[in-house]
Design a protein around this ligand. Structure first.
Ligand code: AMP
Ligand code: MG
Length: 376
């Protein structure tokens, strides 16, 4: 993420050059050229990319020229090699097509001129941005580094790997999910491991994370259970706010600081942790990464729900997992439920590409409109 304005100090391209392999000519000389009436010119030199013609061209003359080579003085256009045929061992060329002045010439500064603001603060440096910077001779610019974000899973029931599950055990899915979401949000994801429900080890994991990371994410242990040690630990080693948000899924949420480092305590249920990340952690992490204010959250788009989206009144806004497709005939997004809407229905989350924001009430009628957040 760019943290300084970049002003061009050079021309791109730096000189008038040819866009094609062919012959630099005076366009007036070949004005009458056609396949039936070729115009013969004398070839007085060859100029490759990286070289400079050692002489200008005069009337009736041409210079053989390769893509990227400077336009020789006197020439005002280039005829591409496909519209020519050479003779006399290359000393002469017959041009079979007329060219307008400036044809196949890339003028100096055509792309970028000195004094132009090429990039602004808060622009994400894409591959093309890096190319422009290199074209301008810039190998260093001021950027916001990617925030380093530590991810920890907590829970005695969780295990890692393919070994058969013991009674009551499940596999830790949230860590892989959250590490991937962190990376997709433009951050560097740091794996802080899977911690059992033991206060001392949870505390050590957070304290270690606070030393190594710019932000921390945990999942699990933030709700009302007897073994929600994350709560106890974070109250001891950090300053946290414990919240209940009027949304479904992802009601419990904690946010605060551990060792001065922002820390999100996300709910443990797999879909809840993902929705909570999307709504609360992602905007915060993007701010940390220097994204401008108007690009922290996804803007909802309006979509049609042909089958409706069912729900009941419960005082909460629901974020339903849906598949959104752009329907060209209707010029609108069309959404359908992606499957089970329970906070453990991770497969439906994987099938979804959007969250429909269904306000409190009886849901969306078939054919009704709904706001959706397009996740990818
Ligand atoms: P908790 O918030 O710790 O009470 O967890 C709520 C639910 O999420 C429980 O069913 C947990 O087993 C489940 N859960 C918590 N952490 C994870 C995780 N890392 N991967 C998969 N499920 C989890
Ligand atoms: Mg737990």
């Amino acid at each position: 993420m760019l943290a300084e304005e970049v002003v061009a100090t050079e021309l791109i391209p730096p000189f008038d050059n040819t866009a094609v392999d062919g012959f630099a000519v005076r366009s007036a000389d070949v004005a009458s050229a056609s396949p039936a009436t070729p115009v013969e010119l004398e070839v007085v030199a060859t100029v490759a990319a990286g070289a400079v013609a050692d002489r200008p061209i005069g009337a009736g003359q041409a210079i053989r020229i390769m893509t990227g080579a400077p336009i020789p003085p006197g020439a005002d256009a280039v005829v591409m090699v496909e519209d020519t045929s050479s003779s006399d061992g290359g000393a002469r060329v017959a041009v079979t097509a007329a060219v307008a002045p400036g044809a196949a010439v890339r003028p100096a500064g055509d792309d970028v001129r000195p004094g132009t603001v090429v990039f602004r603060v808060g622009e994400e440096l894409s591959a093309a941005h890096l190319g422009v910077l290199r074209s301008l001779g810039r190998s260093e610019v001021l950027v916001h580094p990617r925030p380093r974000v530590g991810v920890v899973s907590t829970g005695d029931e969780l295990v890692e790997g393919p070994a058969p599950l013991g009674p009551g055990q499940i596999r830790d899915s949230n860590r892989a999910t959250l590490l991937a979401l962190v990376a997709a949000a433009g951050c560097e994801a740091i794996d802080l491991g899977l911690q059992p429900d033991v206060e001392a080890t949870i505390a050590a994991a957070f304290e270690d994370g606070a030393r190594r990371c710019d932000a921390l994410l945990s999942s699990g242990g933030v709700s009302m259970g007897d073994f929600d040690y994350v709560k106890r630990v974070l109250d001891r080693v950090g300053e946290m706010n414990w919240m209940q948000v009027a949304i479904k899924p992802a009601k419990p949420l904690a946010f605060g600081h551990v060792g001065g480092v922002p820390c999100f305590g996300l709910p443990g249920n797999p879909v809840s942790s993902m929705v909570s990340f999307e709504l609360f952690a992602r905007p915060g992490l993007r701010r940390l990464g220097g994204h401008p204010d108007d690009r922290l959250v996804r803007r909802p788009v309006r979509a049609v729900a042909p089958d409706g989206l069912r729900r009941t009144l419960d005082g909460k806004t629901h974020f339903q997992r849906v598949v959104a497709d752009y329907d060209h005939a209707q010029a609108a997004y069309v959404v359908r439920s992606a499957g089970g809407q329970g906070s453990h229905h991770l497969a439906a989350m994987a099938a979804a590409n959007a969250l429909a924001v269904v306000p409190d009430g009886g849901g969306v009628e078939p054919g009704g409109l709904v706001d959706v957040l397009l996740l990818r």
